[in-house]
Design a protein around this ligand. Structure first.
Ligand code: ADP
Ligand code: MG
Length: 289
């Protein structure tokens, strides 16, 4: 998928997934949610993942982030075989290298913005002076300098999501994974969050994989993948389109139009969410670090 000039492909890829299979059992019934999903995400690329509700987008993200392991296939993180590690090693690698942002922010209510952002270091018992520079840099990037001592319930939804993104970026992750990060925000706050992803990509050469069902959001990525019937069934390259070069304005109206046209070609125009077939807790109640 990616044009790689130097060295083996895996070294230039932040994440490689090969032939991922994931099944869920309910009594005698086996749901094969992923059935051979493969993708490559080059370092520094911003990839959007679309697909109908229930197509396995969140499941795929969990496997890419090492929160869960596939029944078959493998995930390579910076070339290292994430999915074949023991649970303990996989958790360690995930905490060091994966930043995750959810639809419902998952902040710790009793901690301030700065404590939430530095949570991995707070939990590890590090003194603030050892990470203060990094923390200030992240607080500034996510635009919360004026709010750094507030608690989550004193923030707008957009500010809470900025805090969650700050926490994800604080560890300088190899990959930032985001599952419907604007799904709980109004249009304006959502656009701010997407612009922040582009800013993180520019500032840190941050690799980003973002799940969304919204074509306008997907258009901020440099490529869009379509998940369907358990595998990656389509790919749209948004970088090769006219004026929309790598760092061009991702909100430019030509980009969402290109995504919509492409979805139409794929007969996937109806990506609006509908109630899940089975009730389940979305976004996880607990913060997972
Ligand atoms: P999407 O994010 O694309 O809406 P999901 O990955 O959340 O889809 O879910 C895909 C399918 O897998 C759904 O049918 C869902 O009910 C099922 N599923 C997801 N997680 C679990 C789980 N932990 N146990 C059982 N079924 C699950
Ligand atoms: Mg989902």
């Amino acid at each position: 998928m990616a044009a790689v000039d130097d060295g083996p492909a895996d070294q230039a890829c932040a994440i490689t997934a090969r032939g991922l299979v994931k099944e869920y059992r309910r009594g005698d019934v086996v749901d094969r949610v992923l059935d051979g999903a493969s993708l490559e995400v080059p370092k520094g690329r911003y990839v959007s993942v679309m697909g109908p509700s229930g197509s396995g987008k969140s499941t795929l993200l969990h496997l890419l982030g090492g929160l869960d392991r596939p029944d078959a296939g493998e995930v390579l993180l910076d070339g290292a075989p994430l999915s074949s590690l023991s649970d303990d090693d996989r958790t360690r690698l995930r905490r060091r290298k994966i930043g995750i942002v959810y639809q419902f922010f998952n902040l710790v209510p009793v901690l301030s913005v700065r404590e939430n952002i530095a949570l991995p270091a707070v939990i590890a018992g590090q003194r603030e002076r050892t990470y203060r520079d990094k923390l200030e840099q992240v607080i500034e990037l996510v635009g919360l300098t004026d709010h750094h001592s507030k608690r989550p319930n004193e923030l707008s939804g957009g500010e809470q999501q900025r805090t969650a993104i700050g926490r994800a970026l604080f560890i300088e992750p190899s990959v930032l994974l985001a599952d419907e990060p604007t799904g709980n925000l109004d249009f304006r706050s959502g656009a701010d969050i997407l612009a922040l992803f582009v800013e993180a990509q520019r500032a840190f050469d941050q690799t980003i994989v973002m799940v969304t069902h919204d074509p306008r959001s997907a258009a901020y990525g440099e490529e869009v993948l379509l998940l369907r019937s358990g595998s990656v069934a389509g790919r749209l390259d948004l970088d090769s389109r006219g004026q929309d070069t790598a760092r061009a304005d991702r909100a430019h109206e030509a980009r969402p139009r290109a995504v919509l046209r492409w979805l139409e070609d794929q007969e996937q125009l109806d990506l609006t969410p509908h109630p899940p077939r089975r009730a389940r807790v979305e976004g996880q109640a607990a913060v997972r670090l």
